[in-house]
Design a protein around this ligand. Structure first.
Ligand SMILES: NC(=O)c1ccc[n+]([C@@H]2O[C@H](COP(=O)([O-])OP(=O)(O)OC[C@H]3O[C@@H](n4cnc5c(N)ncnc54)[C@H](O)[C@@H]3O)[C@@H](O)[C@H]2O)c1
Ligand SMILES: O=C(O)CC[C@@H](O)C(=O)O
Length: 527
């Protein structure tokens, strides 16, 4: 049984799903050192935002196949290191959208109606109604920065509350903004005109300290700022200062540059107009069930050898697409492996041509499968669907992809061309029926061979005696021939022969094979 470590509190429903296929250990609050010590024995880890999977931790996870983040943001995971190590990283892109959006809206209304302060006041024994006269959000302007899944839901609800909506999102189409009834504007206009500003964008190099002392200066004096996205998008020191000295109307933060928030953080001392919650955006029963199911199912599937539907470092495949592509992925991997072995050294370029019915399909997984096949003779089990593209890029292999729906010899076929140290090699393969793989062409010689684990290929002149000579030579070495195919373009011209053999061929035998008169070259192919 594979082993899964759950290192943050996860809904029981997720643990139950994982337990169908794995031994599950729940160990929360591990220190970084304890985590590094524990990781080598696990095949998968499931986390929320509490666990930091650093480079060191991921490298310690020698057996990790998958990292599951029960939530959206993967900024607590060193994804490039995971990719390099061939570990798939999955998340739950939508499981907590509503929860996070509602938390932002709750923050906006709490800021407007002094709910935390009034609650604290009454519980301290007072009956003070004068200090807590709020403001309405109706007809006020809400500036949404980042109009993705959460931002869109916030905008939709805010519109129903009668708010005017501005948004800044450089990646959003005007049509989508119009559909949401939102006015897309430049960031500076949003800063200047909003009564409320809510953040729903990722933390990146570009968005770090997007709200800072300078931008705070151009905002309305009563602006209220809400951050339920990521810490670091706001300069916390500048914000604390602006709230404390009354430069802005208030702010509400659910996320922090360092989490957990330090006990001595200036934010804790910025006064009651700064509302703080400890990263609770996703903390609803519904969201926790959603993300736990979403991610546990993906971990289960990957451990069973199936694809993940929401992988952040490989193309995710839905079940329908996976069913359709699966035989083509096997075909691409087999052809990649074959063309790589024929190339016999460095490959500089690889072209993957999708033909027939497959020409209109999603191509990225097929290209990745071809690269995995191409690199596997050199990298063995180190290369997988996660790191194949990266490994190819690092080796300087330029990959192109072409499509030709008009080629219809087979329902769908793939043609791979590799250029490298030993010139150009090309292979074509197709599906027979729904799933049987066939090699249909090698270097422009038409053939029809079912691939097998061990194969021998010869380039020779089409003349009597070759087949006999080769047969007796293999017989002398006790190598059993399962089947044999010759492909030629003209009688007594150049030809290719493919033998499916039952036993591995000793490399030394190749030298004897090329000594057979008429044989120009010979390759052992192990698929
Ligand atoms: N507080 C929580 O518990 C909690 C819960 C869920 C998500 N989140 C965070 O909320 C944020 C939004 O999540 P989502 O699911 O809506 O993501 P999303 O990917 O659907 O939306 C993000 C949006 O931000 C936009 N964007 C990217 N760079 C931008 C920039 N420089 N300026 C303006 N917009 C930019 C993108 O175009 C996209 O539309 C993420 O940071 C996520 O980690 C927090
Ligand atoms: O795990 C959590 O509770 C936070 C999740 C949230 O920040 C996310 O990015 O999905």
């Amino acid at each position: 049984m594979p082993k899964v470590l759950v290192s943050d509190p996860i809904d029981q429903v997720g643990i139950d799903i994982l337990s169908q296929v794995a031994t599950v250990d729940v160990k929360t609050n591990l220190s970084p050192d304890e985590l590094i010590k524990a990781l080598p024995e696990y095949d998968a880890i499931m986390i929320r935002s509490g666990t930091k999977l650093t480079k060191e931790a991921i490298e310690a996870g020698k057996n990790l196949k998958i990292i599951g983040r029960a939530g959206v943001g993967v900024d607590n995971v060193d994804v490039p290191t995971a990719t390099r190590q061939g570990i798939v990283v999955v998340n739950s892109p939508e499981g907590n959208t509503i929860a996070a959006a509602e938390h932002a809206l709750a923050m906006m209304l709490s800021l407007s109606r002094y709910i935390p302060e009034a609650n604290a006041s009454i519980k301290s024994g007072k009956w003070d109604r004068k200090s807590f006269t709020g403001v309405e959000v109706y007809k006020k302007t809400l500036g949404v920065i980042g109009l993705g899944k959460i931002g869109s839901h916030v905008a939709t609800v805010a519109r129903a509350l009668g708010m005017r909506l501005l948004a800044y999102d450089p990646f959003l189409t005007a049509e989508r903004a119009e559909h949401l009834g939102v006015n897309l504007v430049e960031l500076e206009i949003l800063f200047r005109e909003s009564d409320y500003i809510t953040l729903h964008l990722p933390k990146t190099k570009e968005t770090y300290h997007l709200i800072n002392a300078e931008s705070l200066k151009i905002m309305k004096p009563n602006v209220r700022i809400i951050n339920c996205a990521r810490g670091g998008i706001i300069d916390e020191a500048a914000l604390a200062e602006a709230v404390k000295n009354g430069q802005i109307g208030g702010a509400a933060l659910d996320v922090f540059e360092n989490e957990p928030l330090e006990a001595e953080s200036t934010l804790r001392a910025a006064g009651s107009r700064l509302i703080l919650t400890p990263h609770l955006g996703a903390s609803t029963e519904e969201a926790q069930t959603n993300v736990a199911v979403d991610v546990a199912e993906q971990i289960r599937d990957v451990l069973l050898g199936l694809p993940a539907r929401a992988a952040v470092n490989i193309p995710g495949l839905g079940p329908d697409v996976w069913q359709k592509l699966k035989p083509y992925l096997q075909l691409a991997e087999m052809l990649g492996n074959l063309v790589g072995q024929l190339a016999g050294g460095r490959v500089d370029t690889l072209d993957v041509r999708l033909q027939g019915e497959i020409a209109t399909s999603e191509s990225q997984p097929i290209v990745v499968a071809a690269l995995k096949g191409l690199l596997s003779p050199a990298l063995r089990e180190r290369v997988n669907f996660v790191n194949a593209s990266l490994e190819a890029k690092e080796r300087g292999i330029r990959v192109t992809e072409t499509r030709d729906a008009t080629i219809e010899d087979y329902t769908g076929s793939l043609h791979l061309t590799a250029n490298g140290t030993h010139g150009q090699q090309s292979v074509t393969g197709a599906l027979l029926g729904k799933s049987e793989l066939r090699i249909t062409n090698i270097n422009d010689f038409p053939i029809n061979v079912a691939p097998s684990h061990y194969m021998l290929l010869t380039l020779h002149r089409d003349m009597p005696g070759i087949i006999g000579g080769l047969g007796s030579l293999l017989g002398n070495f006790n190598v059993n021939i399962a089947s044999m195919q010759v492909g030629r373009r003209m009688v007594r011209g150049e030809a290719v022969m493919v033998l499916n053999i039952d036993d591995p061929l000793p490399a030394s035998l190749l030298e004897e094979i090329v000594r057979i008169p008429g044989v120009k070259d010979a390759f052992v192919v192990n698929l």
